[in-house]
Design a protein around this ligand. Structure first.
Ligand code: 13P
Length: 398
């Protein structure tokens, strides 16, 4: 595979400054092969990424105690919807202003270990002319990149979708590494009300596995995200059943593609009733179901489970995470929230320069609350009414 060799090997200040890659030089990705029983006709060839050690290190850095991921990788279309909600036009300047606010919130790195960026942001500068990735690295935050190209209808299924982006992925991941990214995200979805059909689940799992193998080959830790959508009126047991099926297939294909489990991160949905269900689950119930699922399906070699918020309110997402961290887990159980970290922050900003500081403070409040939840020490005291509002949107796209 082409990987780093196909990219411009220009040096980057990011690479010079990164703690977690100190002492590691840029290299051509030369595949390492381990051949077992070489004389046997059924010889097994296992391919290990030349970045193996670095992948493990990056994954561990992201999965560090009391920290989680800020997902700020909304596509331009989705970012436009966010900006429209506060009366702003979807211009590059407005997206830049908002993302500058996020990455430069003072002290963010105490609670945030990684930030997922959209491609535009990976190559963008802040409003005062510094590269966004450099600002993140100075904050001790690992830059990541959304690499999927979004969802399209899956022919032959029950109105389900599949995720685009494998074509040309290895050259893109190599270039993203050069630009300073050290992890990647690929979000595909599974819909419970629409099935899920066996075809849609298999396609989701296979796509994630191919993406994960390609990312590791370029030195990027893949976040594996089969989002089981909140849409539907089903109960929590149905979500549990579907999640078991989905994760079984995902790990089957990850293994088939020789993905190194120590060098991945997962981004599951929590196991909850459907958003339109008459039942509501307590944080304790969500934690019990979700941890049962993880224990049944996720090998302990995986370093971190970084949940998405999926339309839960900011407080709900934090309470649920806290409930999952009341006793030790085999993996780092943490967050990779977009809406549940950004909602109050965006509203507080409202596009006004004079509100930047207040908006950054609210981002830090949420980041700290989730940091405490990662440590199992969040109490839920003193939360605002805004932070308790749900954000579920039917048929949400990212
Ligand atoms: P939410 O936390 O808003 O669900 O977004 C997380 C994410 O990155 C979805 O891919």
């Amino acid at each position: 595979m082409a990987a780093a060799s196909s990219a411009t090997l220009k040096s980057s200040s990011v690479i010079d400054k990164c703690e977690w890659i100190k002492g590691q030089s840029l290299r051509q990705a030369s595949a390492a092969f381990v051949r077992c029983h070489p004389t046997s006709p059924s010889a097994l060839t296992v391919r290990a990424s030349s970045y193996a050690d670095e992948l493990v290190k990056t994954a561990k850095t992201i999965a560090s105690p009391g920290r989680g991921i800020l997902a700020m990788d909304e596509s331009n279309a989705t970012c436009g919807k966010r900006l429209a909600s506060i009366g702003l036009e979807n211009t590059e300047a407005n997206r830049q202003a908002y993302r500058t606010l996020l990455v430069s919130a003072p002290g963010l790195g105490e609670y945030i270990s990684g930030a997922i960026l959209f491609e535009e942001t990976l190559y963008q500068s802040t409003t005062d002319g510094k590269k966004m990735v450099d600002v993140l690295v100075e904050q001790n935050i690992v830059p990541g990149i959304k690499v999927d190209k979004g969802l399209v209808p899956l022919p032959g299924s029950n109105n389900e979708s599949w995720c685009q982006g494998l074509d040309g992925l290895s050259s893109r991941t190599a270039a993203y590494y050069q630009q300073g990214a050290r992890f990647a995200k690929w979000r595909t979805v599974v819909s419970i009300p629409n099935g899920p059909s066996a075809l849609a689940v298999k396609e989701a799992a296979w796509g994630l596995a191919r993406y994960a193998a390609i990312s590791q080959d370029s030195g990027l830790v893949p976040i594996v995200e089969p989002e089981i959508l909140l849409d539907g009126d089903h109960g929590i047991d149905r979500t549990f059943e579907v999640a078991q099926k989905v994760w079984a297939e995902v790990f089957f294909y990850l293994a088939e593609n020789n993905v190194m489990f120590e060098g991945i991160l997962l981004k599951p949905s929590m196991v909850t009733p459907g958003a339109e269900s008459k039942d509501k689950a307590t944080p304790q119930q969500v934690a019990d179901y979700t941890l049962k699922l993880l224990h049944r399906r996720i090998p302990p070699a995986v370093p971190g489970i970084m949940f998405l918020s999926g339309g839960q309110s900011e407080v709900e997402a934090t309470l649920n995470l806290n409930a999952m961290n009341q006793s030790p887990n085999p993996w780092h159980v943490s967050f990779s929230y977009a809406r549940a970290l950004q909602n109050t922050c965006l509203k507080t900003w409202g596009g006004r320069p004079e509100n930047v500081k207040a908006a950054q403070d609210t981002l830090l409040v949420r980041a700290k609350a989730n940091s405490l939840a990662q440590l199992g020490k969040y109490t839920g005291d003193g939360e605002s009414e805004e932070a308790k509002k749900g954000m579920f949107v039917k048929g949400y796209v990212y």
